[in-house]
Design a protein around this ligand. Structure first.
Ligand SMILES: [Zn+2]
Length: 201
């Protein structure tokens, strides 16, 4: 049944690991790359390699950047007293695209999921708490996804904020339950941010 050479199978398996790519899509991408001229495929391979060599996490907010601090953290026009907590760089971009938020961010790079071995350490929540203390943050907006793990993460961070006397609100209105934030349209997100709920009151 299996008729791919080992190298071809390896390449297909590599693409299959990507989110949203099933076996059929992986095969289609690989056949497309092989059919195209070599330069295109090598450009892709080279871009991936260069990214891993040059891109790292911002030392403050964990957004991907090629510098120590990202363009948002070094921007003096941003409101330094409000911190929006998001699960992923894609969520940060989704909120930035609404052009309605001018504070800082912290990217968790995931959500609490004990069964998958993802705890506060993996999300670097201590680093976030340090930001709250060091940067005199007055308010955090929890933009975690409305999933069970997202809610648990938001509650956990909300309680840390409460201990530190930082006001915490949670985006709610308009964001569908079980949905991923990055797929929510801008208007819905704007409403969600504007109608955020205070936590613990
Ligand atoms: Zn940053």
């Amino acid at each position: 049944m299996k008729s791919f050479s080992p190298a071809l199978q390896d390449l297909i398996d590599a693409f299959k690991q990507l989110p949203g790519i099933g076996i059929k899509s992986a095969q289609r991408i690989v056949f497309h790359l092989l059919k195209e001229n070599e330069n295109k495929a090598l450009f892709l391979a080279d871009s991936i390699q260069k990214s891993f060599e040059s891109i790292n996490e911002c030392q403050e907010c964990r957004m991907y950047t090629e510098d120590d601090l990202c363009s948002i953290c070094i921007n003096s026009d941003r409101d330094k007293h409000i911190l929006c907590i998001v699960e992923s760089p894609a969520d940060l971009i989704a909120i930035e695209n609404t052009m309605q938020y001018n504070g800082l961010y912290f990217v968790l790079m995931g959500r609490l999921s004990p069964l998958d071995g993802i705890g506060p350490d993996e999300l670097k929540i201590d680093d976030m708490a340090k930001l709250l203390k060091d940067k005199s943050i007055k308010e955090i907006i929890l933009a975690n996804s409305p999933t069970i793990e997202g809610e648990a993460t938001a509650n956990y961070i909300g309680s840390i904020a409460e201990d530190l006397d930082v006001k915490a609100s949670r985006i709610a209105y308009g964001v569908p339950m079980g949905g991923e934030l990055e797929y929510v349209d801008s208007n819905t997100l704007i409403q969600a941010i504007n109608n955020r709920n205070l936590i613990g009151n």
